[in-house]
Design a protein around this ligand. Sequence first.
Ligand SMILES: N[C@@H](CCC(=O)N[C@@H](CS)C(=O)NCC(=O)O)C(=O)O
Length: 205
Amino acid sequence: MPDYELLYFPARGRAESIRLLLALKGIPFKESAPTDWAAQKPTTPFGFMPLLTERDADGEFVFAESGAILRHLARCYDLYGSGLRQHAMCDALADHIAELRNKYIPIAYAATFKTPPEAIAQYFEQLPTALGYLARAHARSQDPQAGWFIGSSVTFADVAAFDYLDGLETQRPNVLDGFPALKEFVARFRALPNIAAFLAARSRP
Ligand SMILES: N[C@@H](CCC(=O)N[C@@H](CS)C(=O)NCC(=O)O)C(=O)O
């Protein structure tokens, strides 16, 4: 197995789903945070984190973009579903979650982004519509009995969806009350032994 090193701020942000995926598979990884980001930034592929460094017999591979990192790890560790249609379902859900996350980051880190309270209120007013679509996506799983979004086993898209919903629940504990299937999905994912251990040890905001 390669060695992995993840560079990101000491926050959940766009790195947490990568951490969750590695934890899910029991893959050890080193966490590092930039010591002088202004100096480091121009040395990175696109000037943004997270960055994943993978080291193995083929050498060192450093790459960026949270979605690309998740997909690479999903291909390496069998978290992309089964067959081309499930691959497409994974991509569709993960891309959609990335869109939702882009809107959510200024809400989750409101102090950093100086997000006005009206914008936060508006976000949570509009949220039930987005959660309704997610609940419908969950109901379209190719194996509804299994409880995951895509099919009979967990995929990287489930990891991304969990991370988003878990973040929402951290902000507003009752946010999923009207969406029992999403609530059950979150509980099922949280109960996976490797995830339960990861969450118990987590201290990042
Ligand atoms: N599309 C990129 C966005 C990356 C991004 O915006 N990263 C932020 C942290 S969440 C960053 O590196 N900020 C530091 C900066 O802009 O200099 C991804 O998903 O990885």
